[in-house]
Design a protein around this ligand. Structure first.
Ligand code: 9MR
Length: 472
């Protein structure tokens, strides 16, 4: 999995553009995906790994956009019980704490899976596997009791032909291991929604038929099962036409469905036509979920393209998420906003423009319009920021003031090509004598140095002469 680990390491270069603008939509007085989804009775989530948490441009997006977090790896068996009876919940706890800090819930992922399973489990004598599985489920689900919205109790149990995988659990217990796992999880945390999660079960096919039959049988036996997770690792243009009907048939069994790991991979380099198709694909998924009453929410697998597992697994493919490598929203983001009932002014518009369509939110193409590209270079206690302003309007700007709010703890100590006042909070940068005139299309770069106390994020939004700027 390709993870951008930048964080606050000395010299870490964060090319943020207006990533934080997309990320901090609420700070700009408007809503992100989560607020729009909540208005529709759904959630919008993302996977997060520990290393993600030290990337300010990423967490700015996460905090503003998502109200559900799935730990990418931190609750899997190889992390939580690397040797028999020895548990490590610190990485998972860190994800839970972060989720709580941004007001998000947590999808626990996962309790029983053939993969990322430590070898001590698969090496156990068959007669000891059931006890080990039950102990693992009980200990982990008890540890996170009250802290997770749901558990993927059994992950990816099926082969593509709809037979059950012949893993250690199946070998020890036969198909009954699934009911046993669900019952054990329910006993440990009766409040958590219990899911079976798999890939290639999004459309109607042999594998989803098998999942359907399993859930139907579990319900008939009174086994605690609350939902089915459709991972939804799609290939561009290949969202199954039966997605909604498939969701509906599961819902008709009396379980919820969730899109748990959405991404949509593109053969690189991605063309603009590809990105448009991806926008349609994302919208189709969100629309299906909104149409099916039992669909509780959609989670993307990773915040941005830089965090996606796709390039590391599917050679030549990538660009699979709604945010590019610099956490700029892609056309898929706008399409999802629209599907959720928000509005956007352009594919590159920020979330602040998207969810709060005020006249000033989209300045592109009009007099006084601007775009801002922001490059942050952060170290443990300080940062420099170089900001390029471009006049994207049709008339010359004569004299400008750039408004923005510094994240808490940042204090400007010096500035170049501008004067910035005050030194912290909501500040204004004013042109100097030599850079106040910007003809249409002209750009100027200004910058500043600041100290910080842990938050090196870029400002959430910029205004130029009172008008919102777009990213660019
Ligand atoms: O995103 C996860 C990646 O970091 C791991 O290397 C990989 C190992 O299997 O698992 C990834 O997440 C998977 C998820 O847990 C289950 N469905 C498929 C996901 C992508 O592989």
């Amino acid at each position: 999995m390709a993870v951008a680990v930048a964080g606050l390491a000395a010299g870490a270069l964060l090319v943020t553009g207006l990533a934080a603008e997309a990320g901090s939509a609420s700070a700009a007085g408007s809503a992100g995906l989560k607020t729009l989804a909540e208005a529709k009775g759904r959630y919008f989530g993302t996977a997060l790994t520990q290393s993600n948490l030290s990337v300010p441009a990423l967490t700015a997006v996460a905090a503003a956009q998502f109200d559900m977090v799935t730990p990418g790896n931190e609750m899997k068996w190889d992390t939580t019980e690397p040797s028999n009876g020895s548990y490590n919940f610190a990485p998972g706890d860190q994800i839970v704490s972060y989720a709580q800090s941004i007001g998000a819930k947590v999808r626990g992922h996962n309790l029983v899976w053939h993969s990322q399973l430590p070898s001590w489990v698969s090496s156990l004598p068959t007669a000891q596997v059931q006890a080990a599985m039950e102990a693992h489920i009980t200990t982990e689900a008890t540890h996170y009791k009250g802290k997770v919205y749901s558990w993927d109790v059994v992950n990816e149990p099926f082969n593509e032909d709809g037979t059950l995988r012949q893993d250690a659990f199946y070998a020890a217990m036969g198909s009954g291991y699934i009911a046993d796992a669900l019952r054990t999880a329910h006993a440990a945390d009766p409040g958590a929604k219990l899911y079976l999660n798999d890939y290639n079960i999004e459309g109607e096919n042999a594998k989803s038929d098998a999942m359907y039959n399993l859930v139907s049988s579990l319900k008939a036996q009174g086994v605690p099962i609350d939902g089915v997770g459709l991972e939804s690792h799609f290939i561009l243009g290949q969202v199954p036409s039966t997605l909604q009907a498939n969701m509906q048939r599961f819902a008709a069994l009396g379980v919820n469905v969730a899109v748990t790991e959405l991404d949509d991979r593109i053969q690189l380099p991605a063309s603009s036509a590809n990105l448009s198709q991806q926008a349609s694909d994302y919208a189709a998924v969100v629309n299906a979920c909104l149409t099916v009453t039992g669909c509780v929410g959609v989670s993307q697998w990773g915040v941005g393209d830089a965090d996606s597992w796709i390039p590391g697994t599917f050679s030549g493919y990538g660009a699979a998420t709604m945010y590019d490598n610099n956490y700029q929203p892609k056309p898929a983001y706008s399409a999802v906003v629209t599907a959720l009932g928000g509005s956007t002014s352009s594919p590159s518009a920020s979330a602040s423009a998207s969810a709060s369509p005020s006249p000033s939110a989209s300045a592109t193409g009009s007099a006084g319009a601007c775009k801002v590209a922001d490059v942050v270079n952060a170290w443990n206690t300080g940062l420099t920021e170089n900001i390029t302003l471009t006049n994207t309007g049709s008339t010359t700007i004569s004299g400008w003031s750039l408004g923005f709010t510094l994240p808490a703890g940042q204090t400007v100590t010096s500035a170049w090509n501008t004067t910035i006042t005050p030194a912290s909070g909501t500040v204004t940068g004013v042109n100097l004598s030599y850079n106040g005139t910007l003809a249409p299309g002209a750009a100027t770069t200004i910058g500043f140095q600041a100290t910080h106390t842990g938050n090196a994020a870029a400002p959430a939004a910029f205004t130029l002469n009172g008008r919102s700027c777009t990213a660019g």
